[in-house]
Design a binder for this molecule. Structure first.
Ligand SMILES: C[S@@+](CC[C@H](N)C(=O)[O-])C[C@H]1O[C@@H](n2cnc3c(N)ncnc32)[C@H](O)[C@@H]1O
Length: 334
């Protein structure tokens, strides 16, 4: 594959030099990204385009520890995914990624913040979408790029960045997704402020976070795990066959250096503070028009505070056993 295809041209035009103004541009060569205005060069690291501003500066001690954790444990990893066909069939069989792709449609530019090893980014580049996956874990991105090159995927691209200092032009993306990431940063609210800047007016944001109620059983299992072992986790016990993948899942869920818990109401407040209109929630809010046929990008009622509390309590019996991440979807107002 030619170097120019490492990051698709459509995506390159949305990049800017790290820490620089919105009107700086980058071009790609065989071993670096270069700012066309300043001539500054940002060399690839181990074959990965790197636009990482200092993590320590941006995210302090927590950022440093989380970064080290995901360098050691690239999440979720490719064990048991043989090729792109396999990844696509897994993507369609997950109700979340299947619906996400359907709602995004075609010919969109998508930013995935905290893409890990890149499976979702690869899946979403179907339908002629172009996807930039960013993460601070170089080892995760190496796996994402290896898979891209082995499978000749030309519309997904990856770069090392800290989401607190995104080298992406403001208001450039049709869709920004961050699933299971902001709760591992020192300040999820500030992280949301950074990612929402990159959404075009009228564009979509999908933010997935640990739920404050549904995460309690994981916390209890963490206490019992030294005694009962990792098989008390439902996913580790029933869904993951590969040993290394199971180990990474268990560490991510039970031995993570940092996590915070959030509620639907909290994210709705973030939305109103950032001029984002609430669209829907996954899983959906109990007894609202968000249930049933409504797509995740359809405008639906957020229900009452009571309905949202009941919904989150009901998650103790559903998403609580699979990581307790809920996604809230919004549209940036024009
Ligand atoms: C639990 S994994 C989620 C990966 C993927 N989104 C998924 O759902 O499978 C969290 C990811 O967030 C990344 N991450 C955490 N803090 C970050 C930051 N400040 N900037 C960029 N990536 C970050 C980690 O490196 C890790 O890959």
């Amino acid at each position: 594959m030619k170097t120019e295809l490492l990051i698709p041209e459509q995506i390159i035009s949305m990049l800017k030099a790290p820490g620089q103004a919105n009107d700086t541009d980058l071009e790609i060569s065989s071993d670096a990204l270069r700012c066309t205005q300043t001539g500054n060069s940002y060399e690839f690291v181990d074959g990965v385009p790197s636009l990482l501003a200092s993590t320590r500066e941006a995210t302090g001690d927590i950022g440093t520890r989380v970064h080290a954790f995901y360098e050691e444990n690239p999440f979720p990893n490719y064990e048991s995914i043989d090729d792109f066909g396999d990844l696509v069939s897994k993507g369609y069989s997950s109700s979340f990624s299947n619906e996400l792709l359907r709602e995004i449609g075609s010919n969109k530019c998508i930013l995935e913040c905290g893409c890990g090893t890149g499976q979702l980014s690869h899946f979403l580049q179907l339908n002629n979408n172009h996807v930039l996956g960013i993460d601070m874990s170089l080892n995760s991105l190496k796996l994402a790029i290896e898979f891209k090159l082995n499978n000749h995927l030309v519309r997904s691209g990856f770069a090392q960045m800290d989401l607190f200092s995104l080298a992406v032009k403001d208001e450039s993306m049709d869709v920004v997704i961050s699933h299971g990431v902001l709760h591992h940063t020192p300040d999820a609210r500030r992280a949301f402020h950074e990612i929402i800047k990159k959404v075009k007016p009228g564009g979509i944001v999908v933010v997935g976070l640990y739920n404050a109620i549904a995460r309690v059983p994981t916390w209890l299992r963490a206490k019992a795990m030294p005694l009962l072992g990792p098989n008390i986790d439902y996913i580790a016990r029933t869904r993951i066959m590969d040993e290394r993948k199971r180990e990474i899942w268990t560490k991510d869920q039970y031995f993570n250096p940092h996590e915070t818990w959030h509620s639907i109401d909290e994210v709705m407040n973030w939305f109103s503070e950032e001029n984002v209109e609430y669209l829907n929630c996954r899983p959906s809010i109990y007894d609202t028009d968000g249930e049933g046929d409504a797509g995740m990008f359809d405008k639906t009622s957020p229900g009452t505070r009571y309905q949202r509390v009941v919904t989150q309590l009901s998650w103790l019996n559903s998403i609580a056993r699979e990581g307790a991440v809920f996604d809230v979807i919004g549209r940036k107002r024009e």
